[in-house]
Design a binder for this molecule. Structure first.
Ligand SMILES: Cc1cc2nc3c(=O)[nH]c(=O)nc-3n(C[C@H](O)[C@H](O)[C@H](O)COP(=O)(O)OP(=O)(O)OC[C@H]3O[C@@H](n4cnc5c(N)ncnc54)[C@H](O)[C@@H]3O)c2cc1C
Length: 259
């Protein structure tokens, strides 16, 4: 569908000699090396999705400011403005998260380093938001969006794989949810991103829901809690809190997964 230079194959090693100088990590602990590599790839995907979302916003703004439809310029229609507003909020929130995680890692990752769970959360939220952005772009550009030369199809194909690559959203949310409420994602949000009150609310809701809460829903809420924590009091905070509150309410009503 895209990334055509990246051929998909299973690779098997059988009786391969590896000299000591070529061993990564400890023998028998290769999964740790893989997890470490995936954590950074997931943070990278977060940054990449952020760039993709900014490109969507740019293309949406350009088209809407030039296109006349019934009732006036497309950019002046409330539905267009609402979507651009939504996308602007998403970009601001994701930028806050990617920067917070990157800055923590660059500072040497106090509090035990950058947890793999934080990178997982970032990757899931980012890829889902990019997909929403690509869909908004396609819709705003109408029939022109569907045409190959107008970039939206390319962006949409590239965005689509991000929800699958380096672990699909479902598997990662289930993993995050299984570790909640004491997992590293919430602990990082409370201690490093300085949002103990927010995390207390989420932990209380998760504890109350108990076994009735599907891991997927718990994981999604943990990831969004990290996003809200990263926004702090910044401009994207109201947007992130709105979506987070809806997830929290949904979890309290039985936690049916949104996806
Ligand atoms: C272009 C491309 C490049 C890739 N590059 C690499 C690479 O360089 N290295 C590498 O190792 N891999 C690579 N992959 C593989 C990729 O990481 C996997 O395809 C991805 O992690 C999903 O695994 P899977 O395909 O085995 O899906 P499956 O495990 O079969 O999952 C299928 C679907 O089931 C659902 N699902 C899975 N687990 C759960 C769960 N626990 N709970 C609920 N639902 C679940 C999800 O919706 C998922 O999409 C690449 C894939 C693509 C498309």
């Amino acid at each position: 569908m895209g990334m055509r230079a990246m051929v998909q194959n299973a690779l098997r090693f059988d009786d391969v000699f590896v000299p000591d100088t070529h061993v990564l990590g400890q023998p028998g602990a290769g999964m740790e090396v893989a997890r470490d590599a995936m954590a950074f790839a997931r943070l990278g995907i977060g940054a990449l999705c952020l760039g993709g979302m900014k490109r969507c916003a740019q293309l949406m703004l350009r088209y809407a400011s030039r296109r006349e439809v019934a009732g006036g310029r497309l950019l002046e229609h409330p539905v267009t403005l609402a979507r651009l507003d939504d996308l602007t909020g998403a970009i601001g929130a994701l930028e806050a998260l990617v920067r917070a995680l990157g800055a923590h890692d660059e500072r040497g990752g106090a509090h035990g380093g950058l947890p793999q769970e934080a990178c997982m959360a970032c990757k899931c939220v980012a890829s889902e938001l990019l997909w929403e952005a690509a869909d908004m772009l396609m819709q705003l550009l109408g029939g022109r969006g569907y045409l190959e030369p107008n970039l939206a199809p390319l962006l949409m194909r590239d965005a689509r794989v991000m929800r699958i690559l380096e672990g699909p959203t479902e598997a990662l949310y289930v993993h995050l949810g299984a570790g909640a409420p004491d997992g590293a994602c919430l602990t990082f949000a409370a201690d490093v991103l300085d949002a103990p009150d927010l995390v207390r609310q989420v932990r209380a809701a998760l504890q109350e829901a108990g076994a009735a809460c599907p891991s997927y829903a718990a994981g999604e809420l943990c990831a969004w809690t990290l996003l809200v924590a990263a926004c702090g009091d910044g401009p994207a905070a109201p947007w992130a809190r709105r979506r987070w509150s809806a997830l929290l309410a949904q979890l309290k009503q039985g936690g049916a997964p949104a996806a």
